[in-house]
Design a protein around this ligand. Structure first.
Ligand code: MN
Length: 243
């Protein structure tokens, strides 16, 4: 069987010093690439653009789509004004990710959303976000850990009859580098994992093409067998579609 090509939605990084302060670089953290490689897929980084024809053509090259982490989602995407606890946003990235999501959903291509990825998926599909975890009632778990990316720091409890349950069982411990969180869940999606404080840690689309979002960073933990299995299952789902 031909290996599947997995698109990884890219981001922009701006130099903070050096020779060209403010200079833009197209990038993803290499763990996304490494995780796809380790899981047997062919990674293809898709650079940020805001031209729908370009994005549609790029999507046409891939079998599945990973939405990577990064900037906060501009609350205007889900109809709210910016709260003072909001972090840095990048409108072009929101526009780009929105095109990726709509295009992949329309084409029935599997999507794996990670961190910002699950957040913008929820927002684009009709849900809303907490602009900071502290705005969620009773949220007290440390969701921005001070530890190494590979370190697993807080527990998540997982719903039965979910893809995550098939991998991890009733609960597992994950890393956590987020300060926004899902609030109202988009129609057609179900929450499949939460932290102890109720913060949503994963959701899945209930019908149609495979769409899974996680608030933690499995790519940073891909050296762990269970996290690698998540990528393998995602790639398997791309094989169930048209080849
Ligand atoms: Mn968390």
């Amino acid at each position: 069987m031909m290996k599947k090509i997995i698109g990884i939605g890219g981001s922009l990084m701006f130099d903070e010093g050096g020779m060209f302060p403010g200079y833009a670089r197209a990038y993803v953290n290499n763990d996304y690439v490494a995780a796809v490689l380790a899981a047997g897929g062919i990674p293809l980084i898709i650079p940020v653009s805001t031209d729908k024809d370009v994005v549609d053509a790029q999507l046409g090259l891939v079998d599945g789509l990973i939405l990577s982490g990064g900037y906060d989602v501009n609350p205007l995407v889900f109809g709210e004004e910016p709260h003072r606890l909001l972090g840095t946003t990048l409108d072009d990235r929101d526009t780009f990710d929105t095109m990726l999501i709509k295009g992949a959903l329309a084409a029935g291509k599997p999507i794996l959303g990670i961190c910002r990825g699950v957040q913008i998926l929820n927002a684009v599909c009709g849900g809303t976000l907490y602009q900071d975890c502290s705005l969620a009632e009773n949220s007290n778990v440390k969701h921005w850990q001070g530890n190494q990316p590979t370190h697993r720091t807080h527990t998540i409890w997982i719903e039965k009859e979910s893809v995550l349950h098939d991998i991890f069982g009733d609960k597992t411990i994950v890393n956590s580098f987020h300060h926004m969180a899902l609030k109202d869940i988009a129609p057609g999606f179900k929450v499949t994992a939460r932290a102890q404080d109720g913060i949503v840690e994963a959701f899945e689309k209930e019908e149609g093409s495979f769409v899974l979002g996680v608030q933690f960073h499995p790519e940073m933990m891909y050296r762990d067998e269970d996290m690698l299995k998540l990528f393998k299952i995602f790639i398997e789902k791309t094989e169930e579609g048209k080849s």
